[in-house]
Design a protein around this ligand. Sequence first.
Ligand SMILES: [Mn+2]
Length: 385
Amino acid sequence: MTDNVEKHPPIPEERLKKYQDLWNNSRSSDGIDPDVARHLSRVKALHGQGIEFLSGLNKEYLGAFMAPFSREVEDADIAVVGLPFEKSAPMNASHKFGPKMIRELSKNFMGTTEPRPDGKFDIPFDWARIIDYGNVDTYGQYNLSDEVETAISHFEKIVGEAGCSPFTLGGDHTVSYVPINALGKRWGPLGCIHFDGHYDLVTYADFPYPYHSGNQFTNNMQQGYLDPERMITMGVRGRMTALVGGHAKNFGVTVKYADQCRHTPPKEMAEEIIAVVGDGPTYISFDVDGLDPIYNSASSAVEPFGLDANWCWDVLWHVRKSGKVNLVGADVVEYAPYLDASNTFGYVAAGIAWKILCWLADEERRRNGEERPTVWPQAFGNVTL
Ligand SMILES: [Mn+2]
């Protein structure tokens, strides 16, 4: 301790005056990205300023990612749909509460805009009319086939009749059967970008049931709605890897084991994906058990030494940035919230879903050739900062 401290020179008077002026007169909306400013003032005009900011707003009124709850699929471009299936989860379950929990967590920390690696912002609610359809209710259906068929009837309206792009929240991986089937009927055979700890390529000959969480892809392949030659699976490891690998080879699905992914830079991985899926209609299926347990151990088939969530996001960003892939739908599945005491893994699942949703809204804008802003029909009350 010494008394003669030599102070660092003070901040020059001119700069200090500027900071005092900002302190007294500047609000956080001054100087922000003009597209974001336009979005925020539009939302504010809808009495929804509080959608973007954490505030006293009662977010029970809002759906996933702050989308309005609606079943008016004719007036929507993207429908977020919850499929609360869990009958086919092999071990520890609670997947049926996955859509509900991802929806809630997505409202807790996300706004309506998202910063991107290129310094710009995603503003999905200005680009496309996004609704949260809520969950397909299969209460009282004790047979998985009945549940799937109920969901199929909803997706016939959402995708088949209204032409919405579906973003599906699971539920165990059985749920992917439904959107892939509906989208395959609409667009022709899909390509698939698939993150998973497992192939999920079980056949009817292996296990004679029409629907479960291991045959959602192969059942669509044998009907011509999913093209195995345009499918790539990243993150495979652990149980069943050697056994089901024969199906991957015989169907012709491209596989990257988790260990191979770890040694592949995201940009290189993106190039491989683009080469496999091509420019045809493409679906993303993200099983959270593809992730390392540090990012997700709240699922029914946990495998150590999995994918890094940030690596997955970088890979997806590079694919998106290329502009070469025609994304028509996506899902995030297998999250089991009762195994997630701190909600950590739910936040990761919701975060991945949000980033893919931003991409899907960007694609929707491109396909439509125009921006179709989401309108929130509910009154939120005037929430001010
Ligand atoms: Mn899976």
